[in-house]
Write a protein that binds this ligand. Structure first.
Ligand code: NDP
Length: 319
């Protein structure tokens, strides 16, 4: 494993982190999730990313993760892990169960800690900006989370460049620097390149792109139709079959040819492509099997691209 410094902080994160959005909920096979997490840790993945609502059912990924920690991470292993959770999306009924109020964020963190049977998380995120709550209130809640010892660091997710800049500044004034930003970023989703990455670099904040494989589209799995057990086929999966258009499939197929030239899988190329930018601290993958995890981890064997390869990729993405 390669470990990268997160922005200008003291924390090193593995080049690949594992997220528990899908595949670790109460609808999934517990032992499969357990095997993936143990394998990840054995391969040097020290960072596991959760959120209050991951499942389904919401909350069940945290519950299962807590169980796995109790079963397999005994002794002092907690100190070898960086565990994150978030609050922002709908979690419970009524006016206090989503968005960015102090009430919601701090109650949600308490619930997450209970579900995971933890005393603290390493990173607590505001999962999305709330247009109707003052940014100061949301950032003060993160600051309280850190100062109360329930989180070690604060993070933000899904904030556009301008809001991110303001949030980072407020956190700085509060004395709780923003550690990291978690945006959606992949070959197919590149909004961060027009502003956000510059803001993060200037502010010394790390970046952890989520859905780096575009939920599985940036692999070879959809080239011959939609496989039965894939995310696109599952009713609980967030990948819509409508996203897998003929144009997308053409791009995927061409990218797959480039991957073959590099003797890599398409998943490996998609992950390495993100890592070429030194502002990226770690890429946050998902995996539904140990085999996928192993495939993805092997991207670290070749993270360099020639100018010609980058141009080739660029022309496919622009087509
Ligand atoms: P990816 O883009 O890495 O997609 C993961 C999925 O792709 C897997 O579950 C699997 O799907 C498929 N896959 C992975 N590796 C391979 C492979 N080598 N070959 C073939 N198929 C593969 O990431 P996710 O969308 O899962 O997101 C990762 C994490 O990011 C989440 O768990 C979460 O922690 C975070 N996240 C954060 C969000 C936010 O708002 N902050 C929003 C979304 C995610 P299949 O089931 O088809 O096998």
């Amino acid at each position: 494993m390669i470990y990268n410094r997160c922005g200008k902080s003291g924390i090193l994160l593995p080049a690949i982190s594992l997220g528990l959005w899908h595949n670790f909920g109460s609808v999934d096979i517990f032992e499969n999730g357990r095997n993936i997490i143990c394998r990840a840790f054995d391969c040097g993945i020290t960072h596991f990313d959760l959120a209050n609502n991951y499942g389904p059912e919401p909350g069940s990924a945290e519950e299962n993760f807590g169980k796995i920690l109790k079963l397999d991470f005994t002794g002092n292993l907690r100190d070898e892990l960086v565990i994150s959770t978030k609050a922002g999306y709908l979690m419970w009924p009524g006016p206090y169960g989503e968005w960015g109020s102090r009430k919601y964020l701090l109650s949600s963190l308490d619930q997450s800690l209970k579900r995971m049977q933890l005393e603290y998380v390493d990173i607590f995120y505001s999962h999305r900006p709330d247009p109707n709550t003052p940014l100061e209130e949301t950032m003060m809640a993160l600051d309280t989370a850190v100062k109360s010892g329930k989180a070690l660091y604060a993070g933000i997710s899904n904030y556009q460049a301008e809001d991110a800049k303001k949030a980072i500044e407020i956190l700085k004034q509060l004395g709780t620097p923003c550690l990291i930003h978690q945006p959606k970023y992949s070959m197919f989703e590149r909004w961060v390149e027009s502003g956000l990455l510059d803001v993060l670099e200037e502010s010394g904040v790390g970046c952890i792109p989520f859905s780096p494989l575009a939920q599985g589209m940036l692999t070879n799995k959809y080239l011959k139709g939609i496989p039965e057990n894939s995310r696109a086929a599952k009713s609980t999966g967030h990948l819509q079959t409508a996203e897998i258009t003929t144009e997308r499939l053409k791009q995927i197929s061409e990218l797959n040819e480039i991957a073959k030239q590099r003797s890599q899988s398409l998943a490996q190329v998609a992950l390495a492509w993100l890592m070429k930018d030194k502002r990226i601290t770690t890429v946050l993958i998902g995996a539904s099997s140990v085999a996928q995890l192993d495939d993805n981890l092997a991207c670290l064997n070749n993270v360099n691209f020639s100018e010609a390869e980058l141009n080739q990729i660029e022309s496919v993405l622009k087509s």
